[in-house]
Write a protein that binds this ligand. Structure first.
Ligand code: NDP
Length: 341
């Protein structure tokens, strides 16, 4: 059983060498009398929160640290090879939290979602039809109250979550701008404008002054900011929010590798402009998953939804794929193909 193992707790920027790939043995059978399921992992999802779990976590009621010397785990798509659980049978396809390994024995399979719609790429269940899709849906439609004509800004806009928020906002009739960090090329900027339907996009790595960049795109200010990055971007956004604007705090990826917390200069704007800024955790919204599927599956069938994926091949590629999230190497949802069905 090939596995991706965490070497030790990570501090600062994650490196490929923080993980290694090894092989151990596993019985390809669920033990007699157990309610576990044995999975063959097909697609593994690279998500920024995995970096948080690679460090020593203190004071979080959402995440626990990974154990050094053990495989990482995260969202994935898998096939049931054997089951002692009455709700799962051999051949079922599921998505949920599984190991970064070829085969996983999962003792609490109740957390899994069964995959019923199989006429879409299965990898979509790590992105559009999985946790990031639910994140975009909950963070935009449940945390904010968007309406036609709203001016919406999204950071990390070409990623797993951001690309969907932009498309949800366009479907609502909003004016949508995204920021991305294409290095040395306009690739992500072009994708946003030409493939994902954003009205405008800019490369934050090429802007000397983020406040000026935002004023250029939002001369009348921002109604909704979908926050994925934090840091200097959030500080600049605070200077450009319209009165009674909303900030949905989804993620703060620029903070995950910092050993010291980041300070902000422009928080008074929250008060002066009566801004509502709200963080959320997608797990609190998983009960809405069936409604989300009902909404999004027809969009896919009608071709109203584009979803960019960046799929690397094999568990050996997983450490580099995960680390790449922090330099923006991924274009779209970063997925690892662990094994073929
Ligand atoms: P992405 O697919 O967007 O990948 C991460 C992207 O972040 C990179 O491609 C890069 O894009 C950008 N990035 C990396 N480092 C920095 C930095 N220092 N400053 C600015 N941008 C950076 O990831 P996801 O869509 O999966 O996640 C987006 C955010 O949503 C993350 O913050 C994540 O933690 C959060 N999240 C929150 C959830 C919740 O329940 N609240 C659930 C799921 C995700 P670029 O090239 O544009 O720089």
């Amino acid at each position: 059983n090939k596995q991706v193992i965490l070497k030790d707790y990570v501090s600062g920027n994650p490196k490929e060498s923080d993980m290694y790939v090894t092989t151990s043995s596993i019985k390809l059978k669920v033990p007699q009398g157990s309610k576990a399921v044995l999975l063959k992992n097909l697609y593994l999802s690279c998500d920024p929160y995995l970096r948080i779990r690679m460090g020593r976590i203190q004071g979080s009621n959402v995440f626990t640290s990974f154990t050094p010397g053990s495989p990482l785990s995260g969202f994935g798509v898998a096939k049931v090879l054997d089951s002692g659980h009455p709700e799962f049978k051999e051949g079922d396809l599921i998505w949920g939290t599984t190991g970064w390994e070829e085969y996983s024995l999962i003792t609490e399979p109740e957390q899994f979602f069964k995959i019923h719609h199989t006429n879409v790429p299965l990898s979509y269940y790590t992105g559009l039809l999985g946790m990031p899709g639910m994140t975009a849906f909950a963070g935009f439609h449940e945390v904010c109250s968007p309406k036609k004509g709203d001016r919406v800004f999204i950071s990390a806009a070409a990623g797993a979550v951001g690309q969907l928020v932009g498309q949800f906002a366009k479907l609502m009739g909003c004016y949508v701008v995204g920021s991305v960090g294409s290095v040395g090329s306009k690739e992500k900027v072009d994708l946003l404008k030409n493939k994902l339907g954003f009205d405008e996009a800019f490369n934050y790595k090429e802007e000397q002054d983020l406040d000026a960049a935002l004023k250029r795109h939002f001369p009348e200010g921002i109604d909704i900011y979908f926050e994925n990055v934090g840091g200097k971007m959030l500080d600049a956004v605070l200077l450009n929010m319209r009165p009674h604007g909303q900030i949905s705090v989804c993620g703060l990826i620029s903070h995950y590798n910092l050993n010291q917390p980041q300070g902000f200069s422009n928080l008074l704007s929250l008060i002066y402009n009566r801004i509502r800024m709200e963080g959320f955790v997608v797990f609190d919204y998983f009960h809405l998953y069936p409604n989300f599927l009902d909404m999004v599956i027809p969009y896919i069938r009608e071709g109203k939804r584009v979803y960019l994926e960046d799929i690397t091949q094999g568990l050996e590629s997983a450490p580099a794929a995960l680390v790449g999230l922090f330099s923006g190497r991924n274009v779209g949802k970063q997925v690892v193909l662990a094994s073929h069905e």
